[in-house]
Design a protein around this ligand. Structure first.
Ligand code: ATP
Ligand code: MG
Length: 567
């Protein structure tokens, strides 16, 4: 409820989150000379999604708030899955969200030399050894959380032998998978990550930045913390699943004896009706369930951008959801609420009809055209007015007419009156039907000439107001109506024998024609509009000079009330 108030006042006057409390205490105590330095560390193995956006907003936001800095660092330690395509898209997305890493763009691969030296330090201290067991055997001998693991028979190799083997691993003497470097910690630790974890593996694979300079690559846990240290990151913020890695993070830094950042975990963002793992998103792309990473149904940042989301709406969303310590699921309608809020302020209004039925105004002069004046955006008086042509034949939505309506139907029906937005009050006199299908082909009306703005009866009240478009002036466009990609709130949680793809929504995309007022002709790719009474729409990049394509960002219906109701 308090959140609700904040949103309505548009002032997220929230209290400090637990990470801010930690940082403020560190500043007070003069830790790290009171510096604040965060980083956003994506692995370039996929496109960024809304969960990453949360992390980006958090890391850059904290640095902003405390006069600190944020690095963008690619954790590119797994050459098998990484690609420059992803590096480029990640930089584009971070910039688009409105954040700037200045000249602090780094790659873990830049540190391969330094990381190698760190590994040598561990070997020399007797804290790491070369293990010749194959991967399956290593995991088979790790034990379980309740049963200790078994020590490797190679665990007590001498420092000299370890140094020699590590050098030869690097020199390329051994094939993939034959040897690894392991930390020598404790095979009976209750924390599985402390049971002699692997630090380096042999991979004769070309790396997208270092080429074939290396044939051994550091494991994530080794590269990540040490890279944080090299960059003198003060607060290394990551998601909860790394909490159990923290003892290893701290152990490595202590044993190598280098600058110690502090790792802080928060709950990752989960969003209803979608999946967020890069592996699953890649599957949807590769198996063509969607049309690409930027398909407007995807929770990727490029997908949301193409869908018509604005950076402001995503930043606002990240702020509203806050920072949690426990895993939770955020309702996607909160994200939709944020984009509605933003576009309500920004988007120009136009009228358009998606499912047309013709209205003929019998008492309106043949061939007369009037230019009606309508507000470009009632939320923004400075946006001024636009002209909308009115004529004898119009389109309205088929759903806005009922031949035999119930009492509560306040739209058009035989003998009933409605106002046409920015124009006249009309009254339905009769309908024409197709003799075969019985479908209504035209609605005949009379208009009241005195009800236009500026005329004596302009304030006359009727119950319903409809949007409309002049039939002969309408611009035909393609409209893509998007719905949720999945039919269940938590597709990750598939029942036995099923997987997340079994829950894809077969109706997540519906393509229709739209008939819009002529002012839309000059719309440019990326521009957003409110189609009055229908929702927000964005001009898609598939648009051509004479044929516009619109994506529905979100319908107008305010589902915030519904979320409140569910609580
Ligand atoms: P995924 O699990 O989707 O494959 P990842 O965690 O492997 O993502 P990274 O590239 O390693 O992806 O993530 C970069 C940063 O973004 C990390 O700090 C990670 O903790 C954070 N991050 C990833 N997913 C989320 C999420 N859903 N919510 C918040 N932060 C996230
Ligand atoms: Mg990761």
């Amino acid at each position: 409820m308090s959140e609700m108030k904040d949103i309505q006042n548009e002032k997220p006057a929230r209290s400090r989150n637990f990470i801010e409390e930690i940082i403020e205490e560190d500043i007070r105590e003069g830790k790290n000379d009171s510096r604040v330095h965060t980083r956003f560390p994506p692995e370039p193995n996929g496109y960024l999604h809304i969960g990453h956006a949360k992390s980006i907003c958090l890391n850059f936001g904290l640095a902003d708030k405390y006069n600190g800095l944020t690095n963008l660092r690619f954790d590119d330690t797994n050459p098998v899955k990484e690609d420059v395509e992803y590096v480029d898209s990640i930089m584009e997305d971070v910039r688009w969200l409105g954040f700037d890493w200045g000249d602090r763009l780094y790659y873990a691969s830049d540190y391969f030399g330094q990381l190698y030296e760190y590994a040598v330090i561990l070997i020399k201290k007797g804290k790491a050894y070369i293990c010749d067991m194959p991967a399956e055997e290593i995991s088979a001998t790790r034990g379980t959380p309740t049963r200790p693991g078994k020590e490797s028979p190679y665990r007590n190799r001498t420092v000299e032998e370890n140094l020699d083997l590590f050098g030869r691993m690097r020199a390329g003497e051994f094939p993939d998978g034959t040897r690894v470097l392991r930390a020598k910690i404790d095979m009976s630790s209750p924390n599985m990550h402390m049971r002699d974890p692997i630090l380096y593996r042999i991979l004769h694979t070309n790396h997208h930045r270092t080429g074939d300079a290396w044939c051994i690559y550091p494991m994530y846990d080794f590269a990540h913390g040490e890279s944080d240290s090299i960059e003198r990151i003060t607060h290394s913020i990551c998601t909860l699943e790394f909490e159990v890695h923290r003892p290893l993070y701290d152990w490595l830094i202590r044993e190598i004896d280098i600058y110690a950042p502090r790792q802080i975990e928060f709950a990752r963002l989960n969003l209803s009706y979608t999946v967020m793992s890069k592996r699953k998103l890649l599957e949807l792309v590769k198996e063509k369930y969607v049309q690409g990473w930027d398909d407007p149904r995807m929770p990727t940042i490029c997908g949301l951008r193409r869908r018509g989301y604005t950076p402001e709406s995503i930043r606002n969303f990240a702020d509203i959801i806050g920072v949690a310590k426990r895993d939770n699921m955020i309702d996607v309608s909160l994200l939709e609420f944020c984009i509605r809020e933003d576009l309500n302020k920004q988007a120009n209004r136009v009228m358009g009809v998606l499912n047309p039925v013709k209205v003929i105004i019998d008492n309106y002069p043949e061939r007369q055209v009037e230019e009606m004046e309508a507000a470009v955006n009632p939320e923004n008086p400075e946006a001024g007015t636009r002209k909308v042509p009115f004529s004898k034949e119009l389109y309205i939505e088929r759903e806005d007419f009922m031949e035999d309506p119930p009492n509560k139907f306040f739209r058009l029906a035989p003998g009933r009156e409605v106002r046409l937005r920015a124009a006249y009050i009309i009254k339905c006199e009769s309908v024409e039907k197709d003799p075969v299908t019985n479908e209504i082909t035209a609605i005949h009306c009379y208009y009241d000439v005195n009800t236009k703005s500026g005329m004596p009866d302009s304030n006359r009240k009727v119950k319903g107001t409809l949007h409309w478009v002049s039939a002969s002036h309408a611009v035909e466009v393609d409209v893509r109506l998007y719905d949720r990609l999945f039919v269940v709130p938590d597709p990750d949680n598939a029942e036995e024998g099923k997987n997340f793809k079994d829950y894809l929504n077969p109706d997540s995309l519906t393509e229709v024609k739209g008939y819009l007022e002529p002012s839309i002709r000059d719309a440019k790719i990326g521009e957003k509009y409110q189609f009055e009474r229908l929702g927000y729409f964005v001009v898609d990049k598939d648009s051509k000079a004479k044929s516009l394509v619109f994506n529905r960002v979100v319908p107008l219906r305010d589902s915030w009330a519904r979320i409140e109701g569910q609580k």
